[in-house]
Design a protein around this ligand. Structure first.
Ligand code: NAD
Length: 474
């Protein structure tokens, strides 16, 4: 696992530096801080897979950064760039991300060195199942142990293969489906998981835009999404949904950067159409009414209100940070800004909505999915009809008292009881809003000027309490 070693090492160094910056503000004992920072376990596997008649050795890794709460939780990445330090950095971020949004899990991450774009579905299935089996046989994943989810290069299909492999090897285990999240709805998944991270990014940006104190002097009119010019890097799961929900709320997506190039249109790009165009033609380029941008990195330096990096880590670094013109950087991806770049961006007055808060929507809804799997019942199933009956009584009472009857549409809207998707979205919105204000409160209390340090500190303090409560450090 050496190809991407420099990038992985840089990423881990940035995450540690972010931790150290925040730890300075904490009163926890140095030993506890050391423990909170340390990576608890790393497990590497190599296994043979037959690909096109040839045996190839595939490498995989699972890192559990923290066991302060169980299970640990974190996605699985499929990429030829997977590297031990990169996975450690991502697992570390997961620990703090879960704490920021009060998801009671430790942090973990996994990776497999395989290119999902050039591998056949058959190969991907073999690799996913074998990687899962390697972890299951060591008891490294399971509903109470460590629960993977999708990440870069994986999705619900891979999660379904993992759940199926787990069920086959742990036949009869009642909570088996809770061994992995991000599954298709028909196979134990939850409605709203696919778009959760992007929707969470939208909620976080919306909260920041309404925060007059944060935006003071930033030259951003109004306090809503309306007319804000957004550039997004990466039109995958996170980037697509984040851009889509912002656009639905009135933002203009003026630029989209992808691996093959980018597109720009100052009047706004229809995100859904652009996604369709890329799926059909294999490229984002040549989209109607938009200008092609040959080097998509140029879009990171293009004038806009909000830049959403939603592809990979280290995208905004020492080489381009000074040229970034966005007013807000909304980190959809994990680690898109290096620590050196952050210093420059903050000096230039750019607001950074940090990954460990902003992209926590995925793990939040994963937590809901895990709860659903443990309880073996769909959210809303027990209460929906009872809720509707009581709303109906209320509507009847209003009609009787006023002597006026409502039309069918009004009645249907008022009487509607909560379905699973309503509950998931409500839980996600509430989580993103609460976490935002907790971070802002830490900024005020500790006189911290940037959101990342405050988010890390908020998380460190919560984790510290749980170590003290466990009595690990008498
Ligand atoms: P994805 O595979 O669905 O999408 C990634 C997109 O980025 C793809 O469209 C890809 O073509 C594009 N891309 C790759 N290299 C690029 C480059 N150099 N320039 C521009 N675009 C490029 O992955 P995802 O799940 O959306 O994850 C993206 C990021 O978000 C990762 O950092 C991941 O760790 C993070 N994240 C994902 C989730 C989730 O729920 N999926 C949750 C939290 C964080």
């Amino acid at each position: 696992m050496a190809d991407n070693h420099n990038e992985g090492a840089k990423f881990l160094k940035s995450v540690h530096q972010y931790f150290d910056n925040a730890a300075k503000f904490s009163n926890l004992a140095p030993g506890i801080l050391e423990q909170i920072k340390a990576c608890n376990s790393v497990y590497k596997v190599s296994f043979p897979i037959e690909i096109d008649g040839k045996i190839e050795v595939v490498e995989g890794i699972r890192v559990q950064h923290s066991h302060h709460k169980l299970p640990s939780k974190g996605g699985i990445r499929f990429s030829m760039q997977v590297d031990e330090d990169e996975v450690k950095a991502l697992a570390t971020l997961m620990t703090f991300k879960c704490a920021v949004v009060d998801v009671p899990f430790g942090g973990a991450k996994g990776g497999v060195k395989i290119n999902p774009r050039t591998s056949s579905v058959k190969t991907l299935e073999k690799v996913t199942r074998r990687y899962a089996a390697e972890l299951i046989k060591k008891n490294l994943i399971g509903p109470g142990m460590d629960v993977p989810a999708p990440d870069y290069g994986t999705g619900s299909r891979e999660m379904a293969w993992i759940a199926d492999t787990y069920q086959a090897l742990k036949y009869g285990e009642t909570n088996a489906l809770g061994c992995v999240t991000g599954k298709p709805v028909g196979q134990g998944g939850i409605r709203g998981r696919a778009e959760a991270t992007g929707l969470g990014v939208y909620f976080g940006i919306r909260e920041a835009l309404a925060d007059r104190e944060l935006l003071e002097g930033k030259n951003l009119d109004g306090d809503t999404m309306q007319g804000k010019r957004i550039i997004v890097q990466g039109l995958g799961n996170v980037g697509y949904h984040a851009a889509y929900f912002c656009q639905q709320d009135g933002a203009l997506i003026v630029g989209i950067a992808e691996r093959e190039g980018g597109i720009y249109n100052e009047n706004g790009i229809d995100v859904k159409e652009a996604f369709k165009h890329r799926s059909e033609t294999g490229s984002i380029l040549d989209f109607k009414d938009s200008k092609n941008i040959e080097n998509s990195l140029d879009l990171l330096e293009t004038e806009c209100d909000i830049l959403i990096p939603a592809a990979l880590e280290n995208q905004i670094n020492i080489n381009n940070a000074a040229k970034v013109k966005a007013k807000i950087i909304a980190e959809g991806a994990n680690g898109p800004v290096t620590q050196e770049a952050e210093e420059i961006l903050l000096q230039n007055g750019i607001i950074i909505l940090p990954d460990l808060y902003l992209n926590a929507g995925g793990v939040t809804v994963s937590y809901f999915e895990w709860l659903k799997n443990l309880s073996n019942v769909r959210f809303g199933r027990m209460g929906k009809r009872a809720e509707e009956a009581s709303y109906r009584r209320l509507v009847n009472a209003i009609e009787t008292a006023t002597g006026k009857s409502m039309n069918t549409q009004e009645k249907a809207m008022l009487i509607h009881g909560s379905d699973e998707i309503d509950l998931v979205r409500s839980g996600l919105e509430d989580t993103m809003i609460n976490a935002y204000h907790e971070i802002r409160e830490t900024m005020r209390k500790k006189n911290i000027s940037d959101m990342r340090t405050a988010a890390f500190l908020t998380a460190i303090e919560k984790i510290g309490v749980s170590y003290e409560a466990l009595g690990i450090f008498p």
